[in-house]
Design a protein around this ligand. Sequence first.
Ligand code: 5GP
Ligand code: ZN
Length: 143
Amino acid sequence: MASQHDDNCIFCKIINGDIPCHKIYEDDRVLAFIDIGPISKGHTLIIPKYHAAEIVDVPEEYAAACGMAIPKIAKAVQGATGCPAYNILQNNGQLAGQAVFHVHFHIIPRYSAETGLNYKWIPGQLDETDAVEMKAAIANNLK
Ligand code: 5GP
Ligand code: ZN
């Protein structure tokens, strides 16, 4: 089984038990715990037990394990908090708001329009030529 650790990484330290956390769930490849700076009550993090900064660096088996854990933990967060809605967020890169460079998925309950993840969604208008070009370019980059 692939595994990777970084001595300077706060989440690797949590995985190792060197730093405490409020653990919710753990298996061979995944750990879930309460966020120390919650945006809303019940804000939870899910991380692979593999040190990778961004989602593209996570080995398939760890990504799959995260994929299986996310709905399970989201259901538990919803059950515990009674939140009527929630966002699942995963930031990649400082520009995207990433502060801890060990991949993590946020589950952020929303109790009202004022609570939870705050963001402004400004939709554009899809240009047909751009769409055709972009579809081909992205598809060609699939490995
Ligand atoms: P990012 O901005 O990188 O997507 O989110 C990092 C998250 O990690 C933040 O929500 C922050 O509160 C949380 N966090 C940072 N350090 C710790 C820690 O030592 N323990 C826990 N439980 N959460 C942490
Ligand atoms: Zn790490």
